[in-house]
Design a protein around this ligand. Structure first.
Ligand code: F6P
Length: 342
């Protein structure tokens, strides 16, 4: 009987529990493997905090947000000595293969562990949808729906007051949520890290729109865009593990737009509301399929691979490919969004 460890690391994401359930059901039910849940991401692997998982332990979690295992941004290569920091827990639990559900940083550490000899299978996770090697990540669909609902609501209050509202969405390095929610919500401008922006041009769009009689404008901003040129630099903020905390650039954008257009401009930072709560049906199905596939790869003894989406199929791709890049918004998609600005 083989022993498979499973952990969730980095920011949480709707669908994590569906992946854990998929891994456990496939491994325990169908292959009689033992599944060891590792608590709080890499922290649990470094500190020996584990919990046995079986089919019963993962009942009733499919639709729950967050992760039953907990997560953290602790990293064995940033806060420890890599494999050495995890060896005790791996040996004590007899873990033969580790399923790591995480974003780009987590997957990079997983790849290094596999290069140090621990069999590792990755499952890409982020609402940001920016992991290379896969067409889409679970959690993204849910986040886009939340952001789109927010834009719809903000548009109606903005219209009542003839205001501009700047809506800040997540997207640390890339603007997938901004672009999708902006298209779905009919945004008048979308600012993303991949495309340099000019607030004079955005102000022109807004002025022209209001001259045509529209009584509101919505500007969607990905949190990871550069601060506007000339604006006072925001103080760098760090999380508990030393990583940059983003959020708030839209206040600078709004101040400049208000100055340029003369329209009252308000800000709504959606923040963690995009990440919490129940996953969409699409994300539940995708996360389940990825979990089942990851268990299969682990049982087959594969290592250094990630369960990925290619078209309608789940396929193993090399984690090296997944870690080589961060996937940005396709320029043609952004062009489609831009057709509807103003
Ligand atoms: O990477 C996913 C993400 O949601 C980013 O969009 C965001 O910048 C980050 O996590 C926020 O993480 P935390 O909750 O740790 O501040």
């Amino acid at each position: 009987m083989s022993v498979i460890g499973v952990l969730t690391a980095g920011g949480d994401c709707p669908g994590l529990n569906a992946v854990i359930r998929g891994v456990t059901a496939r491994a325990a039910d169908h292959d009689n493997a033992e599944v060891v849940g590792i608590k709080n991401g890499w922290e649990g692997l470094m500190e020996g905090d584990t919990v046995p998982l079986d089919r019963d332990a993962v009942r009733g979690i499919l639709f729950r947000g967050g992760t039953i295992l907990g997560t953290s941004r602790m990293d064995p290569y940033v806060h420890g000595d890599g494999y050495q920091s995890c060896e005790r827990t791996i040996k004590r639990n007899g873990i033969e293969s580790l399923v790591v559900i995480g974003g780009d940083g987590t997957l990079r550490s997983a790849l290094r562990l596999s290069q140090e000899g621990l069999p590792v299978v990755g499952v890409p996770k982020t609402i940001d949808n920016d992991i290379a090697g896969t067409d889409v990540t679970f959690g993204f669909d849910t986040a886009v729906q939340v952001a789109t609902d927010a834009i719809d609501r903000l548009a109606s209050t903005a219209e009542a007051h003839n205001r501009v509202i700047v809506v800040e969405v997540m997207g640390r390095s890339k603007g997938w949520i901004a672009t999708y929610a902006g298209i779905a919500g009919g945004a008048d401008a979308i600012l993303i890290p991949e495309v340099p922006y000019d607030l004079e041009a955005v102000a022109d769009i807004i002025r022209a729109r209001h001259r045509r009689g529209r009584r509101y404008s919505i500007v969607v901003v990905a949190e990871g865009v550069e601060q506007p040129a000339g604006a006072p630099r925001q103080k760098a903020r760090k999380d508990a593990f030393g990583f940059d905390r983003l959020g708030g650039v839209s206040y600078q954008v709004a101040e400049i737009l208000e100055e340029l257009t003369g329209f009252e401009t308000r800000v709504s930072v959606l923040g963690h509301i995009q990440r919490g709560g129940t996953p969409s049906a699409f994300d539940r199905v995708l996360a389940t399929r990825l979990g089942v596939a990851a268990a299969d790869y682990a049982i087959e003894g594969r290592t250094g691979v990630m369960a990925a989406v290619r078209g309608s199929q789940i396929v193993p791709v090399s984690m090296e490919e997944a870690c080589a890049d961060i996937r940005g918004v396709d320029p043609s998609l952004y062009e489609t969004a831009a057709m509807f600005f103003g």
